[in-house]
Write a protein that binds this ligand. Structure first.
Ligand code: UTP
Length: 323
């Protein structure tokens, strides 16, 4: 086990984003804007605010959009400068100067574990952070920083977890806490004995799901090289972590803040609303719009409850009085 400072982060963004087609046919989901910033920018900002010095983005198809976003944009900067739009110029410049970002390509989308394996040469023999490009954590303090601090107290691989409804456990990697006792999500972090990818509801060892933040010891690369491809024909990071849990200590850390899965349509819409509600220039208009929308929904709901039924089915009464 190494106990070094965490300086590097890996952000895999090479998945196919099938849940968000057709929007993701020609652009990665991580470039979808949440209010006015692409999702990937929130992730890079969290990494930088946590003290990460160097970032590797594992890209797949459509790599250009992402590279261009974090690159200098001479034409745009010149035009903004000529027009005296200093505020916008500042925003554009701050994006390209945000971090030391490197790119590598995962040629085939063979799973998250395979994407992480592409980072081996970049990471070397150091513990490192992984932030999934489609999981935004909205919190006052960057959550990755809390994980990095926990690593310095407890030098072991750490996965972020979140309680999910029992019926949804089959969509996630689920952890089994080592110790019996009080609900572990109330503790800042706790040891786990195993993980299982997308278990059946009846077989899930808990309702604590692994979400998109990890601190990994570099031994994970040896494990990833060794294990066979798993569920869905993909090299699964969860399988590698499961192996790791048999070899060394593995910690789970419940997230603080709100996690938005922007690769999911509902998650994406919710993220836009929640982030817009935090923006001074938008929040008043959005709040009054949401208030009137809620009122309309109430009216529609009570109208449909009061509607007459024909053979047990609700029918809509038209203004003319005909059914
Ligand atoms: P997901 O399973 O959420 O992404 O992977 P996906 O496969 O793109 O999504 P759907 O289910 O088809 O809609 C979590 C993260 O891992 C990356 C994704 O880009 C995402 O950020 N990933 C996944 C890779 O980089 N490579 C892969 O082969 C698979």
């Amino acid at each position: 086990m190494t106990n070094k400072r965490i300086r590097k982060a890996v952000i895999p963004v090479a998945g196919l984003g099938t849940r968000f087609l057709p929007a993701t046919k020609s652009q990665p989901k991580e470039m979808l804007p949440v209010v006015d910033k692409p999702a990937i920018q929130y992730i890079v900002e969290e990494a930088v605010a946590s003290g990460i010095e160097s970032i590797l983005i594992v890209t797949g198809r459509n790599k250009r959009a992402m590279e261009d976003h974090f690159d200098k944009s001479f034409e745009l900067e010149t035009i903004l400068a000529e027009k005296g739009k200093t505020g916008l110029l500042e925003i554009v410049r701050s994006v390209s100067g945000m971090a030391d970002i490197h790119y590598i390509r995962q040629k085939d989308a063979l799973g998250l574990g395979h994407a992480i394996l592409q980072a081996r040469a970049f990471v070397g023999d150091e513990p490192f952070a992984v932030l999934l490009g489609d999981d935004i954590i909205q919190a006052d303090e960057p959550f990755l920083r809390s994980m990095m601090e926990a690593y310095h107290r407890e030098p072991a691989s750490i996965v972020a977890v979140q309680p999910v409804p029992r019926k949804d456990v089959d969509k996630y990697g689920i952890v089994m806490p080592k110790a019996a006792g009080p609900a572990p999500q109330d503790q800042p972090y706790f040891e786990i004995s195993s993980l299982v990818e997308k278990p059946r509801v009846a077989e899930a060892p808990s309702s604590l799901a692994v979400i998109g933040r990890y601190i990994l010891e570099p031994t994970i690369f040896d494990v990833l090289e060794r294990i066979p491809f798993g569920a869905g024909g993909e090299l699964q990071l969860t399988d590698a972590l499961q192996q790791l849990s048999g070899m060394s200590r593995l910690i789970a850390m419940p997230i603080t803040g709100v996690r938005h899965d922007i690769g999911d349509k509902f998650g994406y819409i919710r993220a836009n609303i929640e982030f817009a509600l935090e923006r001074e220039e938008l929040k008043q208009d959005l709040r009054s719009y949401l208030r009137s929308l809620v009122q309309q929904i109430h009216t529609m709901d009570s109208a449909s409850q009061a509607a007459p039924t024909v053979q047990g089915k609700r029918v809509r009464v038209r203004k003319t009085g005909r059914v």
